[in-house]
Design a protein around this ligand. Structure first.
Ligand SMILES: Cc1cc2nc3c(=O)[nH]c(=O)nc-3n(C[C@H](O)[C@H](O)[C@H](O)COP(=O)(O)O)c2cc1C
Length: 446
């Protein structure tokens, strides 16, 4: 056996360490260069490729779109959730999979938060061959152009080369069978557990007050109806809607009060049929139901008609029962101390149709409300809200330049359509575009 001198032993140890260091370095190189990279986590690959886009006038399509999010989040996916107007058609090529949930408004038209997208899309044909999509169209077969906008959007997508991953689904009045079928199919497609929205349950309310707003008016009687909940008062926001079930009849009304008022108030016009009989739903609410009667109601969020988050000036335009939605908004602004509200309200006759006079006149006296009442049966010249607005076009332009939002509530045929055309005619293209893009033009029309 040879004995190592201390110097030789030290040299051997150095050699050993050098060999070890060299070996580690080689291993590191192999790990970095030779081994293939591990696939990126699923979430980071697919996070930005998903799009959920909606176009919704009274909130149903938006609600369906928003309720899809939690299932995506559970899988660490962060899809973009946007109203169509927030997208440029070309930007769709940035996504590889999309869900479109769109309703139809007007006469087969896009809802307001899809209208400017559609205007741009009509002149654009981006290459969307790498986009797979599914489309759920909401509509109502009682309109002649059933799901008209959904169908146009689907045809346009197909024309761009986008591939429909599933057949188009069309839901008539939120038909639960179709909604469940669509959710099942997209669950299979995406591999996510997506639940069809179960609509909020109806709850019971008691009829506790009914005041006629237009005694002796030549128009049909209109009533302010007050209801108290059985149980706790639920929460809602100014601009929201109430679905009222009377037997087999379902009617949607704009809510005219705030939760802070302690009761739900609606403005209901008593419909009189051609044969003189009272309309089924309104007849019961306005005449036949006794105080204390039970009413089944479901509250529905209507985000497209809420107030903007700040206290910018607000223009409120409506006729007849359209005052309901506007009154909720005006009450909210009064509570928040917003200074500049301008209401243009149209009804029939000066003498008997000063609806909610006490309340509105108090606000004008305080200086927080500018009120233009227009009467269609006044003197020789009938005056509608669109006439008054046209006469005050300079003031309208000034308010819009100061950043005012515009809310319109009432019937689409006639008032809603005419206000729409008038705004387009008297505002500059820049003002009109800004109103739409900044969502400062909001409508609750029926
Ligand atoms: C003023 C108005 C016009 C409408 N026009 C149509 C139409 O032309 N075709 C259709 O299928 N549905 C039409 N609808 C029905 C809506 O598309 C349907 O109620 C839908 O569920 C609303 O969804 P949203 O709340 O997302 O806007 C119309 C509804 C309203 C209030």
């Amino acid at each position: 056996m040879t004995e190592l001198s201390p110097v030789g032993w030290l040299a051997d140890q150095r050699l050993l360490w050098a060999a070890l260091a060299f070996g580690s370095w080689l291993l590191l190189c192999w790990l970095c260069l030779v081994r293939p990279p591990r696939p990126k986590a699923m979430s980071s690959v697919t996070a930005s490729e998903w799009l959920i886009a909606y176009a919704s006038q009274s909130g149903a399509a938006q609600d369906i779109a928003e309720r899809l999010l939690p299932a995506f989040h559970q899988h660490n996916l962060q899809p973009a959730l946007l109203p169509l107007n927030a997208l440029h058609p070309d930007a769709l090529s940035g996504y590889s999979r999309a869900l479109f949930i769109v309703s139809t408004y007007g006469e087969g038209e896009a809802p307001d938060n899809g209208a400017s997208f559609w205007q741009r899309a009509s002149n654009a044909r981006p290459d969307l061959t790498s986009l797979d999509y599914s489309l759920l169209a909401l509509g109502d077969r009682r309109y002649s152009d059933f799901c008209g906008f959904g169908r146009q959007l689907g045809d346009w997508l197909d024309g761009t080369g986008a591939k429909a991953a599933l057949p188009r689904h069309e839901a008539d009045r939120l038909d639960t069978y179709v909604l469940h079928a669509w959710h099942r199919r997209i669950s299979q497609w995406t591999g996510l557990k997506l639940q069809a929205p179960s609509s909020a349950p109806f709850s019971y309310w008691t009829l506790c007050g009914r005041t006629q707003l237009n005694p002796e008016s030549p128009g049909s009687p209109a009533w302010l109806i007050r209801l108290l909940p059985v149980g706790e008062l639920p929460d809602w926001r100014a601009g929201d809607l109430a679905e009222v079930r009377i037997g087999s009849i379902l009617r949607t009304y704009s809510i005219a009060s705030l939760p802070e008022d302690g009761a739900l108030e609606l403005i209901v016009r008593q419909v009189v049929n051609d044969d003189g009989s009272a309309g089924q739903g309104s007849g019961w609410l306005c005449c036949h139901a006794e105080p204390g009667a039970m009413v089944e109601i479901q509250l529905r969020s209507n985000p497209g008609f809420h107030l903007p988050e700040d206290n910018r000036p607000g223009i409120f335009i409506g006729a007849g029962t359209g005052l309901a939605g506007l009154r909720g908004l005006l009450r909210q602004r009064q509570r928040l101390g917003c200074p500049d509200s301008w209401l243009l309200f149209g009804e029939r006759c000066q003498q008997h149709d000063r609806w909610l006079a006490e309340e509105l006149d108090a606000w004008t006296t305080e200086g927080t409300l500018l009120l233009d009442r227009c009467f269609s049966r006044a003197g020789d010249q009938p005056e509608y809200v669109q006439h008054r607005l046209a006469a005050k076009a300079d003031q309208l332009r000034q308010w819009v330049d100061r950043g005012a939002s515009i809310h319109v509530c009432g019937s689409l045929a006639g008032m809603g359509n005419e206000i729409h055309s008038l705004l387009q005619a008297v505002l500059s293209p820049q003002q009109w575009q800004a109103l739409q893009e900044q969502q400062r033009y909001r409508r609750d029309l029926y």
